[in-house]
Structure formats: C-alpha cells, structure tokens
Design a protein. Structure first.
Length: 115
C-alpha cells in the first residue's frame, strides 16, 4: 500500500522559514510528478508547487521567489523550502504523487504563520 507522509510543519513568525518533507512508502515505481498543495482556512485547495521526474518545476504566483521545490536523492521524496513566510501562507500542506493518472495523497502538515 502506497503511503505519503509529510513532515516539517509548525508555527513560525512572518519572515521566517520552514522546510517541508514528503516521503513515500510502498512504491515500486517512480512518480511522474510530485506536488505540494495547500488548504488555507476557509478557502479552496490550491496547487502551490510541482516538480516532474525530469526536473521541471511549477510555482503558483504568490510563492514565486519565496518557495523552492526539490526532489530528494531517495526515490519519491520531495521537499518544499519556504522562505519569507507570510500569514497568508497559513494552511494545511499536502503532498501528492502522480503515477500516470493515479494520484496518491498524504494526510497533510499544518503550517501556521503568525506573530
């Protein structure tokens, strides 16, 4: 059974940094892409950043220049370096692995940015 586990969330002040990690267990294949989504309180889920197996990356406009997505050396591991955090970045962050048309999701990690 494939499981994605996120870690690294927490409470930080505006301007500080966090690094989220996502590791997948139970896979005998490589994900075509891995993404980070977030669900802010009272809002809809949005795609934050993504990275393909070839290394192409995507960022939503609100995080460009502040967030960096990268893949780990271990298969199906992805990181999200979040710098210059703002209160509006507060959300539950979810990792998604995509294997062709099949999606695998983690349970999320909470990021709270508040003074």
């Amino acid at each position: 059974q494939v499981q994605l586990v996120e870690s690294g969330g927490g409470l930080v002040q505006p301007g500080e940094s966090l690094r989220l990690s996502c590791e997948a267990d139970g896979t005998d294949f490589d994900f075509n892409a891995m993404d980070w989504y977030r669900l802010p309180p009272g809002k809809e889920r949005e795609l934050v950043a993504g990275i393909t197996s070839g290394g192409s990356t995507y960022y939503t406009d609100s995080v460009k220049g502040r967030f960096t997505i990268s893949r780990g050396k271990v298969k199906n591991t992805v990181y999200l370096q979040m710098d210059a955090l703002k209160p509006e970045d507060t959300a539950v962050y979810y990792c998604r692995g995509l294997h062709y048309s099949i999606q695998y999701w983690g349970k999320g990690t909470l990021v709270t940015v508040s003074s």
